[in-house]
Design a protein around this ligand. Structure first.
Ligand code: HEC
Length: 98
């Protein structure tokens, strides 16, 4: 499961945010960016959200392929996922979590 690369910092369980470094990712595809209530997003992420609006499958794919390139200055320090098939699986998994 590719989501194990995200699991240390993110959950897809409804409402689970305690003790996690990143926002909850349940239903993130189609969701407004940087919109989790109470989560302290970086300036970089907020600015990106103002320009882009909501997460699409395509933007998510680019984000996991190269987080720092899509959102320069983001506080998300995750390893890029270089394998295209793994990225596709991951986006499908996130899409199914709603
Ligand atoms: C080391 C911890 C860490 C890992 C690992 C990690 N993230 Fe993140 N993620 C973060 C942080 C912190 C933020 C908030 C970034 C900011 O505000 O700049 C974030 C933000 C996000 C967002 C934006 C959410 C929103 O509400 O707009 C998405 C989408 C995301 N991560 C997806 C992933 C995926 C998919 C993976 C696995 C490939 C992953 N992350 C791995 C820490 C992490």
């Amino acid at each position: 499961m590719v989501f194990q690369k995200c699991y240390a910092c993110h959950s897809v369980e409804p409402g689970e945010v305690e003790g996690l470094q990143g926002p909850n990712l349940r239903g993130v595809v189609g969701r407004p960016m940087a919109a989790q209530e109470g989560f302290d997003y970086s300036q970089a992420m907020r600015r990106f959200a103002e320009r882009q609006g909501a997460w699409t499958g395509e933007l998510l794919e680019r984000s996991v392929a190269a987080p720092e390139q899509l959102v320069p200055g983001t506080e998300m320090s995750a390893m890029p996922i270089l394998d295209a098939a793994e990225r596709a699986d991951l986006i499908a998994y996130l899409q199914a979590s709603r």
